[in-house]
Write a protein that binds this ligand. Structure first.
Ligand code: SF4
Length: 408
């Protein structure tokens, strides 16, 4: 039986010029961490994220200064040649900001509304509906983004009461999961009642626990055909954040659930924000849902190779291809699907190199100082001497030009 994902059918939503859902490739998006009111720094970070491959970028719109900055950020990006859609993230005061800053409402490509953070009681629905009306007037899609951490407390309390009175009560965790899904669906229905078309609605129900995430998205995708934005919230720092997000997202993506993803990774202090984009791309590429950069197949190394030379070469080749991709993408169609093997010794080196499009098998400890290169499954040349890395890079460039160039 095939293990490849069959994508769930969802509504196609246009976010600026980018289609989300409805069979479009799973989109990678990200979020800035600059003060949105700082136009130059925010535009520069959006450009950096877009360059790394973020197809949409979300910014917080938390006050008047941020709302005023949005049209200026757009102008800066346009000047720099980036048409990346900007998504506005609203909490607490979004109804007021969107109303008081019509240029902001007009410029944003999508509004993200958290129904748990728009107010309580009667005010909640009123403000939510005001924002939906502004979205309709500006022909903008909306993401209804529910978070377990900011779940509508009235709804949760009602669900818990019902559960207590039920003959077969569920555990609190399950009731909470059901409430988070119900909150998203109720808000979606309300938005539709106000007049927002189904193909203007994206839904997310983020949690910080992997099992909660899997359960709520499975449930949600059974119950609606809204386009779904996927992400684990507050995933955390470093390896832990990457692994948690990968574990949760991969299960769902492999079941065909999710039309757009964002990795909520906390960067190391001072580190670039682009890490979250690269991890998102790697997840999609590992699941064979999309290709972004040619893959480097490298062995882990073992006692048969005591030098770090092949690890360094694998790293160099990976970095080189990432650097080249913005240009390669425009010249060499399909190059992102290429595989390059960099292997440490004769045990698996020639085999893996033959399976790759182009591969090199470096000499392990005690082997003769020769590195055979394989191209399209056949031995092409044997490199020797001090410039193996440079010569292999040259061969790689030739391969890309010959295989993916216009003349191919
Ligand atoms: S290819 Fe060679 S060096 Fe690499 S892990 Fe296998 S045996 Fe070890």
């Amino acid at each position: 039986m095939s293990t490849e994902a069959v994508r769930r059918k969802t509504q196609a939503v246009m976010v600026g010029h980018v289609q989300v859902g409805g069979g479009a490739p799973v989109r990678v998006q990200s979020m800035t961490n600059t003060d949105t009111a700082d136009v130059i720094r925010t535009a520069a970070q959006i450009a950096e994220l877009a360059k790394a491959g973020s197809e949409m970028v979300r910014v917080t719109v938390n006050n008047d200064a941020a709302a005023e900055a949005i049209p200026e950020i757009r102008k800066q990006l346009d000047k720099m040649g980036f048409d990346t859609p900007i998504i506005g993230d609203f909490h607490f005061n979004g109804h007021r900001l969107l109303k008081n800053h019509p240029e902001c409402a007009k410029t944003l490509a999508k509004y993200r509304i958290n129904p748990g953070n728009v107010g309580s009681g009667r005010k909640r629905d009123e403000r939510f509906c005001q924002m939906i009306e502004i979205a309709i007037a500006n022909d903008k899609p909306v993401r209804i983004g529910v978070n377990l951490g900011s779940l509508d407390q009235d709804l949760l309390a009602a669900k818990l009461d019902d559960n207590q009175n039920s003959p077969n009560p569920l555990d609190v965790r399950e009731v909470t999961r059901n409430a988070v899904v119900e909150s998203a669906l109720q808000s979606g229905r309300l938005a539709e009642e106000v007049g927002l078309a189904k193909d203007k609605i994206i839904v997310s129900v983020k949690t910080s626990g992997v099992q909660d995430l899997i359960a709520v998205y499975r449930d949600l995708s059974e119950q609606c055909d809204y386009a779904l934005h996927l992400g684990l919230t507050e995933a955390g720092m470093g390896e832990k954040g990457i692994i948690k997000s990968t574990a949760g997202l991969s299960v769902l993506l492999n079941e065909g659930i999710g039309d757009t993803i964002r990795l909520s990774l906390t960067p190391e202090p001072g580190a670039s924000r682009t890490g979250e984009v690269l991890v998102g791309q790697e997840i999609l590429q590992a699941l064979e849902l999309r290709n972004f950069t040619p893959a480097v197949v490298a062995c882990p190394g073992c006692g048969r190779t005591t030098s770090t030379y092949f690890q360094e070469l694998a790293q160099k080749i990976q970095a080189y291809m990432r650097e080249q991709m913005p240009e390669w993408k425009t010249q060499y169609e399909g190059v992102e699907g290429m595989t390059v093997a960099v292997m440490g010794c004769v045990v698996n080196g020639p085999g893996e190199s033959k399976s790759a499009d182009i591969g090199i098998s470096l000499p392990g400890t005690g082997e003769g100082k020769a590195a055979p290169v394989f191209v399209d499954g056949k031995k092409h040349i044997t490199l020797k001497g001090d410039y193996i890395a440079e010569e292999f890079t040259e061969l790689l460039n030739e391969y890309v030009a010959n295989r993916y160039g216009d003349a191919s």
